[in-house]
Design a protein around this ligand. Structure first.
Ligand SMILES: Nc1ncnc2c1ncn2[C@@H]1O[C@H](COP(=O)(O)OP(=O)(O)OP(=O)(O)O)[C@@H](O)[C@H]1O
Length: 789
């Protein structure tokens, strides 16, 4: 039987590094091996990109649609014999390498120069009985990377992400890569670790369980999620781990702490998995330069507790309540995925701690890989199907890589300012070289040895001051960019507010106070949350939580965010003033030091040293100029990518609309005007030409996301009549000319639409705002019993 292909998401198996400003999430699926006690299977991998769910009720004539095997396409499908190494190599290795790239010695002089940059935090979010694990890495000046494993309980997430000593999973391999990267650096590092648990929406410190429940906090933009009071810094593994160059020790200590924390976790067996934990847990391992740091880089790994059905896991009482919390988090996650894939303007991450912690991975400045896990067993068929549907929806999520996406012209101006300042400094140094010869008194005052030591000393101080200046200048640029980003974010919130207010016929300006007041009320309400994470049962509470429209929630959220942004702007402006003062002091110091130089220079060698210092400054200025150029080029490429992406979305929508309209025309037996037929022909030729250019003839027939060429539909076996020599394996009959009308619009049945076009961008009801479409044509049975429009 020909399987249906509801998705058209597949592209290349080995995904090239992500460079676009907007990039779809990479979606992979892993099938765990069938166990000895699992007799029948419900799905299998077709090839490296396709997976098929076998429908056992295909002979049930009353449920025709369900009788067709469903095929799903993903970026990559790992079969039951896939190895841990293969999964890591295809999904994660490049992602991590790319992000860690900046840690390599000499790879980024300026960033090394800054010295105050935390290098990476490896985070593992896990849970037995879990539904998800996430690995997340953030580098400053770069994008972030996240890998998360998803799937029902017992489907193999822990195996993929953690594994065991003989088959280490992604987390261990990522830590290993991290270690490999930093161990070659000469500098000293410190490693800290924290381990927390979210159990029934409460956060506990697993390395210090007696510390009680901890609070989850985020910055004004809801991005820098932090857990207040977490004992991460106390559990400092110190530089010794890496400085001793012992890979084993590094991983061993991490594993030991993981084990220690695991003992404190809430783990209970369920009927489906003997080691099913009832919580989500987040392990963080942070690597930093020994120099104090004030930024956060994250390589996070998370495993999230899994969704399950109470009747399957045989959970009762307390377990059932835990399941409710686990499912609540996952429901919230599902809602986020739905909203994101439907292109919703407003996505509610606040429904659970899980979604708050995953916000960045799903929507933020992040390159993301999702590995959905399924069991091949027929006993878990429903869970597998739901997982694949989720994964398929996730294909539509586009993560925005925000690094350097802020106003480029502004940033370029900043680069130019710094370059001008550097060039001024160079010319000042050059003038010094030409200045008056050293006064003999100065030279004679010191003997040669003392003089050379003083010159060396002075030179070091000048270089040090130069480095500090560069660091402060960089910081200023960063602060300005951040302030710019905050300004844009504030603007965005205003747009959201005015959008919703205008939809409810309110004048934005007139309702500012009212709207703000509503927001404050909502914040007060939000604080009234009971210990188990549910809102308290007051009437007022129910009224607001249940009765609020999506628009009101969005406006309230926007006001809250706006207030946070304003506070953040204030804070960063103060910081800017402070850094500016420091820079000025540093600049003055540099000038004073440089002034001392000519009086000490007596030989050509010493003048040569000064010339070399000029050279270093020049190189730095050149480097900045190159960075600035690169920024402009990158921006241009991103801009073009974005335009292509938008055109592509428009094209998909157009194809969906055309297909639906063709269905309606067919249903109404409408005689096509000849000019429209011509347009169809032209369109068909265009598609053909584009397909030929893009993919080559070999793939023409299998291009899934193009509108089917009109004549091709006639020649497609599924439209040929039974009895014409080509028996139709799918059981679908072709249209007779009487049925299709004289002008012969091909009859399109729903399965063929899905097969050739892939999932529509958005079905009505998925959140996408499309013009209202008429209901789908009814399904009728023809003589042979097959479904047709
Ligand atoms: N690819 C695989 N190869 C071999 N064994 C596997 C594979 N995937 C899973 N398993 C085995 O299946 C069992 C369940 O897997 P695992 O514990 O990883 O599931 P899980 O999705 O993490 O479950 P939970 O959500 O309940 O924590 C384990 O015994 C594991 O070793």
């Amino acid at each position: 039987m020909t399987p249906e292909t509801p998705s058209s998401s597949g592209s290349d198996t080995s995904r090239p590094p992500i460079r676009n400003a907007e990039e779809r999430l990479m979606v992979a699926v892993r099938i765990r091996p069938l166990k000895a006690d699992e007799a029948t299977r419900s799905l299998h991998a077709v090839d490296k990109k396709n997976i098929v769910i076998l429908e056992d009720d295909r002979n049930d004539v009353l449920r025709q649609k369900r009788g067709v095997d469903k095929q799903y396409s993903f970026d990559v499908v790992f079969g039951e014999d896939s190895t841990q190494e293969e999964v890591y190599a295809v999904t994660t290795r490049d992602l991590i390498k790319d992000v860690l790239n900046g840690l390599r010695p000499g790879s980024n002089y300026l960033e090394d120069l800054l010295g105050d940059v935390p290098l990476a935090t490896v985070r593992l979010f896990e849970g037995c009985g879990c539904n998800m694990m996430v690995l997340h890495l953030t580098m400053p000046f770069r994008y972030n990377a996240t890998v998360f494993a998803y799937g029902p309980t017992g489907a193999g997430k822990t195996h993929t992400m953690v594994g065991d000593r003989s088959q280490p999973g992604i987390m261990i391999r990522a830590l290993n890569d991290l270690f490999e990267t930093v161990k070659n650096n000469e500098e000293e590092y410190s490693v800290t670790m924290s381990y927390l648990e979210i159990y029934n929406e409460q956060i506990r410190d697993l390395l210090n369980p007696s510390s009680g429940y901890l609070e989850l906090r985020e910055d004004s933009r809801g991005r820098n999620i932090q857990v207040a009071g977490l004992s991460g810094d106390i559990n400092d593994l110190h530089g010794r781990v890496i400085n001793e160059r012992s890979e084993f020790l590094f991983l061993e200590i991490v594993m030991q702490l993981l084990q220690k924390g695991n003992k404190a976790r809430t783990i209970e067996p369920t009927a489906m998995n003997n080691t099913s934990s009832r919580s989500h847990a987040l392990l963080s391992v942070t690597v930093r330069h020994s120099i104090p740091v004030d930024k956060k880089d994250h390589l996070r790994m998370r495993i999230l507790a899994g969704s399950e059905r109470a009747n399957k896991t045989k959970n009762r009482g307390k377990r059932l309540q835990e399941g409710a919390h686990i499912n609540r988090s996952l429901l919230a996650l599902g809602n986020c995925i739905n909203a994101l894939s439907g292109g919703a303007r407003y996505v509610n991450y606040r429904d659970s701690k899980l979604t708050r912690l995953l916000k960045e991975a799903l929507s933020g400045n992040c390159r993301t890989v999702m590995i959905a896990h399924v069991s091949p067993s027929s006993t878990q068929k429903d869970e597998s199907r739901n997982t694949l549907i989720y994964a398929d929806r996730a294909n539509n999520i586009t993560n925005k890589i925000e690094r350097n996406v802020f106003d480029v012209s502004y940033q370029v101006t900043q680069y130019q300012t710094v370059i001008t300042e550097l060039r001024d400094e160079i010319s000042r140094l050059q003038t010094k070289m030409k200045e008056e010869r050293p006064r003999s008194a100065d030279v004679n005052r010191l003997n040669a040895e003392e003089r050379s030591s003083e010159v060396r000393n002075l030179r070091e101080q000048i270089v040090e001051t130069f480095k500090t200046q560069m660091k402060l200048r960089r910081k200023l640029m960063e602060i300005d960019s951040h302030l710019l980003g905050l300004g844009m974010e504030a603007e965005r919130q205003h747009v959201i507010i005015s959008h919703w207010e205008s939809r409810s016929n309110k004048l934005y300006k007139n309702s500012i106070n009212e709207s703000r007041a509503r927001t404050q009320q909502s914040i007060r309400r939000r604080k009234i949350v009971t210990a188990d994470g549910f809102r308290s049962a007051g009437n007022e509470q129910d009224e607001t939580s249940d009765g609020e429209s999506e628009g009101e929630a969005a406006v309230q959220q926007a006001w809250t965010e706006l207030a946070d942004i304003e506070r953040e702007q204030e804070r960063w402006s103060e910081l800017r003033t402070h850094i500016e003062q420091k820079l000025e002091i540093c600049r003055q110091r540099g000038v004073t030091l440089e002034d001392k130089l000519p009086s000490l220079l007596s030989s050509d060698d010493e003048r040569e040293i000064l010339a070399l210092m000029c050279k270093v400054h020049e190189l730095e200025a050149d480097k900045m100029a190159l960075q600035s150029e690169r920024l402009v080029r990158q921006h241009e490429l991103r801009r073009r990518d974005l335009i292509i992406l938008r055109y592509d979305r428009q094209r998909q929508l157009c194809e969906e609309i055309i297909t639906r309209q063709r269905q309606i025309l067919e249903e109404a037996r409408f005689k096509l005007p000849s000019d429209l037929q011509e347009l169809y022909q032209m369109y068909q030729q265009e598609i053909h030409a584009a397909t030929y250019t893009d993919l080559g003839l070999s793939q023409l027939s299998s291009t899934p996301d193009k509108l089917p060429p009109i004549s091709k539909i006639y020649s497609d076996p599924i439209f040929r009549r039974n009895g014409t020599g080509d028996s139709d394996a799918s059981g679908l009959s072709p249209p007779s000319s009487a049925e299709s009308g004289e002008d012969g619009l091909p009859i399109i049945n729903d399965s063929s639409v899905d097969r050739v076009m892939g999932q529509p961008v958005s079905r009505p009801g998925m959140g996408m705002k499309l013009p209202p479409l008429p209901p789908s044509p009814p399904v009728r049975l023809n003589e042979s019993g097959s479904n047709r429009l």
